[in-house]
Write a protein that binds this ligand. Sequence first.
Ligand code: UDX
Ligand code: UDX
Ligand code: ADP
Length: 480
Amino acid sequence: MVKICCIGAGYVGGPTMAVIALKCPSIEVTVVDISVARIDAWNSEQLPIYEPGLEDVVKQCRGKNLFFSCDVEKHVGEADMVFVSVNTPTKTQGLGAGKAADLTYWESAARMIADVSKSDKIVVEKSTVPVKTAEAIEKILTHNSKGINFQILSNPEFLAEGTAVRDLFNPDRVLIGGRETSEGFKAIEKLRDVYAHWVPVERILCTNLWSAELSKLAANAFLAQRISSVNAISALCEATGADITEVSHSVGTDSRIGPKFLNASVGFGGSCFQKDILNLVYICECNGLPEVANYWKHVIKINDYQKSRFVNRVVSSMFNTVSSKKIAILGFAFKKDTGDTRETPAIDVCKGLLGDKARLSIYDPQVSADHIERDLSMEKFDWDHPVHLQPMSPTAIKQVRVEWDVYEATKDAHGVCFLTEWDEFKKLDFQRIYDDMQKPAFVFDGRNIVDAVKLRHIGFIVYSVGKPLDPWLKDLPAVA
Ligand code: UDX
Ligand code: UDX
Ligand code: ADP
């Protein structure tokens, strides 16, 4: 039986390995992690991440050919193929602070692999890393290898959270990069055989190592760029009376452009887009390409602008002050169908409103109160000026309540902000919400999920991203 071990039981490692185990009964898959709590959760009824369909997949294979363990060294030592899926946050100190990837976890994983290996291994880069990381990892492995042959492959994961299982079952493509040597080709072939259990071979793309690493950064940068492009146009729509939904549709029906990823929003979040673009920016700067670096930087700047534009709109439309007003925040995760809040626009929006002394009542179906409070009290790292900003003051944090019921969150509120596009928000009893709110009752839809016409009919004043303004809002001074 071929043995696969994956280091890192997170959002990428966990679901990917579960699907490999399901689709390849002849392979024994073990996911290891240094976090005992995470491994315990993977072995329990309550998985550590919320992902539609994942529980089903894990239950079918766990204990058969899928295992979760903290005994990192034993399982790495025994494996034929080791996937590395550890976290690669942005560096907050030293050279490249604010942009470069912090490869500490990666390096320690590589050193451990070199230490415990007694047989030849294929080491697969799964976490997104800067271009040429494979070269550094190769050096660490081969200089400590006691004659063992290591082949490094780059196999970046393209799954999106909330649709991870669907994406893994039916990927647009699987990308495998390797050394262009006969040993390298053999290693690529072995990994291709794993995916070929369920992915059509024409969708398995094989490239050189650097192309695979760069393609992942470039794909995320292109996706984020589409959102920043549409969000930039949304600001112009609000100023002119055009409707972003109509514009996006018209633009997206050009088959050269395509319809997906053109939804205007309060801004993109998630662990990948900002981090990967910053990484790309840093690589460009290090390679003497400041113009290219600046080009990509602006994708993040527009994202920051979109978040602050949203906060400004809330404050300015509520008579230029939200001080002591109760504002309901519906949705805190960075997108629907996940409990993940990394880089969620909700953090910046909430901080902005708290800065104006609002009282916040937050509801999200998958994010716990502890988690939200931790996110809001953590100091933020400003990517553009690599300094730590002051954390929220304890007085500001006291203005936050987390509710487990939408109607509690919105009761007596002056305004409601939709920050995540959870499906359940489309089915709310808006008449009940309106009746229980202070008047005038405002709705700020950061995801364009509510039926603004219906809500205006009930009596709400509605602000949607990139849509013609509520006639009531038109009379107010324009915001930047
Ligand atoms: C463009 C739009 O495509 C068309 O829809 C609009 O109505 C008018 O403007 P056009 O300028 O005629 O049409 O040609 P297009 O095929 O878009 O090419 C424009 C330029 O981009 C050309 O110089 C072309 O060589 C270049 N190009 C195009 C690239 O460099 N790379 C590409 O991948 C595509
Ligand atoms: C992304 C990539 O899609 C995935 O391929 C890669 O492997 C990891 O990064 P993820 O961050 O999980 O996945 O979610 P994604 O669906 O890409 O959404 C990212 C953010 O963009 C979310 O905050 C989402 O709400 C926002 N978004 C997405 C928009 O604002 N508008 C859109 O049209 C699409
Ligand atoms: P991603 O979204 O890329 O999957 P996560 O942060 O969710 O990232 O997961 C990365 C996991 O890797 C974490 O659970 C972390 O504990 C684990 N990890 C980091 N370094 C090591 C290591 N040296 N050995 C084992 N696990 C590690």
